[in-house]
Design a protein around this ligand. Structure first.
Ligand SMILES: Cc1cc2nc3c(=O)[nH]c(=O)nc-3n(C[C@H](O)[C@H](O)[C@H](O)COP(=O)(O)OP(=O)(O)OC[C@H]3O[C@@H](n4cnc5c(N)ncnc54)[C@H](O)[C@@H]3O)c2cc1C
Ligand code: SF4
Length: 337
């Protein structure tokens, strides 16, 4: 008889791991709380560093799960470990007895309205990176064209006051990619990036940055301190240029906040039931941060993707395949003697 594997979360990590486990011959049950599969990838338009359409990547991932039993709009109501198996009651009324579980619950976006000084939810011209991706995806553009647009890095990340001193890793590359796309859409607009450091660590990311510089995007090292609305309904942005140690004031039409990645609340609801440990940053803690990244402290319970911390899509997909291999090894060692 085939062993049951329960995968919680149908984002890139859950989809890729489910496909790999299904190819290995396991009976994979995937629970996704939202109406559609794809997690955050389903919300993005084009991906850094190469600007590949996110839809192409998602379609490829979805092709891999043809033999997986998928339940959408389905959360996990309760889960507990019984002898060597996990008993999970899903919100659709179905109970699953699984020999292994993969938690791929991903991340939540930082709630930008918490940084009141940036005016998100107050001024119409202030939006987040996720809002801008959505607008690009829907092919929306502004009429009249904006004359000046700013991107603020590190919103809710590397920020003690916001309760998160850690870096979200993906938002520098997202900002540079979105700044280039904005400049392409509005060639006459002035585009600014307000950054602390640029963390363009991946292959081809530096090329993206050079492209942005060549296209005339202005990079200003400094934090935005305040945003106010002018009488004409534009945005007056105050910052400090830390390279020249001068205060700076610019008037913009749009301000895009690079909201960071935070632990998923729905993932933690599952974690609390099993008493899973978390790190100081609130993301789940692997059994061993070097040798067993996909293992939790519980037997047969594994992690993949952004539920253990911010990461890019390629890293997420690598982890998903690695988790599938760990699960296969665990099942062979514990259920097939
Ligand atoms: C603004 C932004 C832009 C980005 N752009 C890029 C890019 O261009 N290139 C790149 O490489 N990376 C990019 N990333 C990173 C990329 O989005 C992540 O690497 C990827 O989404 C992580 O996948 P995941 O499956 O771990 O998590 P998610 O995408 O968050 O998916 C998790 C899924 O689990 C579900 N879930 C959670 N809890 C439960 C539960 N209890 N029961 C059932 N379902 C549950 C959620 O609904 C969700 O569908 C970007 C990130 C951000 C913030
Ligand atoms: S990736 Fe860049 S914008 Fe995001 S938190 Fe790190 S330094 Fe800030």
């Amino acid at each position: 008889m085939k062993n049951n594997i329960l995968v919680i979360g149908g984002g890139p990590a859950g989809l890729e791991a489910s496909a790999a486990l299904s190819r290995m011959g396991y009976n994979v049950i995937l629970a996704e709380k939202e109406k559609r599969l794809g997690g955050h990838l389903a919300k993005w338009d084009r991906l850094f560093p190469d600007q590949i359409p996110a839809k192409e990547v998602l379609d490829t991932l979805l092709e891999g799960i043809r033999d997986v039993k998928c339940f959408t709009e389905t959360d996990v109501n309760s889960i507990n470990l019984l002898n060597r198996s996990y008993n999970a009651m899903l919100s659709n009324g179905i109970t699953i007895l699984a020999d292994a579980v993969l938690l791929a619950s991903g991340f939540d976006m930082f709630k930008a309205e918490k940084k009141e000084e940036y005016g998100y939810g107050i001024y119409e011209g202030v939006l987040t990176n996720a809002d801008l991706e959505q607008a690009f995806k829907e092919g929306k553009s502004s009429n009249p064209a904006p004359m000046a647009i700013g991107f603020v890095h590190c919103v809710g990340s590397r920020d003690e006051k916001a309760g998160n001193p850690a870096c979200s890793k993906v938002c520098c590359a997202t900002a540079v990619k979105q700044a280039i796309e904005t400049k392409e859409l509005y060639p006459d607009a002035k585009v600014y990036c307000f950054y602390m450091d640029l963390r363009m660590f991946g292959r081809h990311y530096e090329d993206l940055y050079l492209r942005a510089q060549k296209s005339g995007i202005r990079f200003i090292r400094g934090r935005v301190s305040e945003v106010a609305e002018t009488a004409e309904g534009r945005l007056l942005v105050k910052a400090e240029d830390t390279l020249s140690s001068r205060p700076l004031k610019v008037t913009l039409d749009r301000l895009v906040l690079m909201a960071g990645m935070r632990p998923s609340e729905a993932g933690h609801k599952v974690g609390r039931q099993l008493n899973l440990s978390v790190e100081d940053d609130g993301f789940f803690s692997a059994k061993d941060g070097l040798l067993s990244l996909q293992k939790s402290k519980l037997p047969g319970f594994f992690y993949a993707g952004a539920c253990t911390g911010p990461k890019t899509l390629p890293d997420t997909l690598h982890e998903a395949r690695s988790a599938a291999m760990e699960i296969d090894r665990y099942i062979k060692e514990n259920f097939r003697k």
